[in-house]
Ligand binder design. Structure first.
Ligand code: SF4
Length: 361
C-alpha cells in the first residue's frame, strides 16, 4: 500500500475497529475484490492533504484560503507548545509513522501530524482542517492509539498529552500518565485480538459505516437496511422505532452514496468501462467574478448603489436580476449584457462530473 500501513490496522480507523471489529477483515476482502468504497478523493480531502503537507513544511503551494487555514492552525498549535513547554528546549517530529510491535513483529501503526517532546513529556498534535466537529481528544480513539505508540517509541517519556487542533472547534486535550498509558495499551491489544478473530462481529452504525471501505460488500448493513423497504406501518412510527428508522435511513443513504461513488470512479478512471444507460455528465459552468471591486465600479453605471448594497452577498444571480430590472432585459440578452460589462472579470468554473442516467434508456 502506498501510504505505508502495509495492510495492517492503523490509528485513523481505530474508532471504526472498536465499534465494528469485523470491519478490518472485510476491508481486506473488499480490497482484494477491487470493491473498496470511499477511495476517491474529495475537494475537502485534497484541501486537507495540502494543508497537512504545508504544516509539515513540505513546501507546497497553497491557495489564499488554504494558506489562511494553515497559518491559523500553526499559530494555534504553537501557542499550545508555549503553554506546555514554556522555554524548555524541545524536539519535534512531523508526519511520522510509529509502529506498535507485539512479539517483535509490527501489528498496527499510526501516523501523527506533529509530536513535540522532551525527556519527560510528549505532546501529540492532530490538525483537523474540515468543518465537521471532530471527536474530542478525551474520547478520540485515534489519539489514544497515537499516544500509546508515541510512548512506546519514545521510551523515556512519562506523560503523553494529546490534542486535536481545529479552526472552528478550537483545541481539545487529553493527558495520559504511565498507568493510563498501560490501560490504553491493554485496550488496544484487546481490540487487535478482536480484529484477528475469524468470527469478529459486525456492528453496523452510522458512525462505524460512514467511511468504511467495506460498506459496498457488507451483508450486515444490507440486512439492517432491508426492513425499511418493507415498512408495513400505515403511518410512520414515533419514539424508539422512529429513532431506529432514522438511523437505518442514514445507513441506507450512506450505502447508496457509496454505490454511486464506486461506479462514478470506475467510469471516470477507465474510458473503456461502460454501464448501459449511465454516463458521467458535465454540469453547467458557474460564473465567478474574479475582482469584485472593479466589477462594482462598472456595475454602478447601471445599477443603483442601493440595489447593489442589497445584493450584499454579491451573488451573480442577484446582480443579474438587478441589471435586468434596470435595463429591461431578460434571458440570453441579459446574460450577454452582464458578460459585456464584466468583460475580463468573469470566469466560468465547471463542477465535477456526476453520474447521470442517459435519457430514453
Ligand atoms: S460497513 Fe459497517 S457493519 Fe459493515 S464492516 Fe463496515 S463498519 Fe462494519
Amino acid at each position: 500500500m502506498e501510504d505505508g500501513r502495509l495492510g495492517l490496522p492503523s490509528a485513523s480507523s481505530w474508532r471504526r475497529y472498536e465499534l465494528c471489529p469485523g470491519s478490518f477483515q472485510l476491508e481486506q476482502e473488499a480490497r482484494a475484490l477491487g470493491q473498496e468504497a470511499h477511495q476517491a478523493s474529495t475537494v475537502a480531502s485534497e484541501r486537507g492533504d495540502k494543508i497537512h503537507l504545508a504544516l509539515a513544511d513540505e513546501g507546497i503551494e497553497l491557495s489564499e484560503s488554504e494558506n489562511e487555514t494553515a497559518e491559523f492552525l500553526r499559530e494555534r498549535a504553537d501557542d499550545q507548545i508555549k503553554r506546555i513547554f514554556g522555554d524548555e528546549p524541545v524536539k519535534i517530529l512531523k508526519e511520522h509513522r510509529f509502529w506498535l510491535q507485539l512479539g517483535g513483529r509490527p501489528v498496527a501503526s499510526g501516523q501523527f501530524d506533529r509530536v513535540i517532546y522532551t525527556d519527560r513529556i510528549a505532546l501529540v498534535q492532530d490538525y483537523k482542517t474540515g468543518w465537521a466537529e471532530p471527536d474530542p481528544a478525551e474520547t478520540n480513539a485515534q489519539l489514544k492509539f497515537l499516544s500509546v505508540v508515541v510512548a512506546m517509541n519514545l521510551g523515556h517519556v512519562t506523560e503523553v498529552i494529546a490534542q486535536i487542533i481545529s479552526g472552528p472547534f478550537g483545541v481539545t486535550e487529553t493527558r495520559f500518565n504511565l498507568s493510563e498509558l498501560a490501560h490504553a495499551y491493554n485496550d488496544i491489544v484487546g481490540t487487535l485480538r478482536k480484529l484477528r478473530d475469524p468470527q469478529a462481529p459486525f456492528n453496523p452504525s452510522p458512525e462505524a459505516c460512514q467511511f468504511c471501505p467495506a460498506v459496498n460488500i457488507c451483508q450486515a448493513v444490507k440486512d439492517l437496511i432491508l426492513p425499511i423497504a418493507r415498512l408495513q406501518h400505515k403511518a410512520l412510527p414515533d419514539g424508539e422505532r422512529a429513532s431506529q428508522l432514522l438511523t437505518e435511513c442514514e445507513l441506507l443513504e450512506n450505502h447508496i452514496n457509496s454505490i454511486r461513488d464506486y461506479y462514478a470512479e470506475k467510469l471516470l478512471g477507465d474510458e473503456s468501462y461502460m454501464i448501459p444507460g449511465w454516463t458521467m455528465e458535465q454540469g453547467p459552468p458557474r460564473r465567478i467574478v474574479t475582482d469584485w471591486h472593479t466589477a462594482r465600479e462598472r456595475l454602478e453605471e447601471y445599477i443603483d448603489s442601493g440595489d447593489l448594497n442589497g445584493a450584499e452577498s454579491y451573488k451573480i444571480i442577484a446582480i443579474e436580476k438587478a441589471l435586468g430590472k434596470k435595463l429591461r432585459l431578460r434571458g440570453t440578452e441579459l446574460k450577454a449584457k452582464l458578460a459585456e460589462i464584466l468583460n475580463g472579470l468573469l470566469e466560468e468554473k465547471y463542477p465535477e462530473k456526476s453520474l447521470k442516467r442517459i435519457k430514453d434508456q
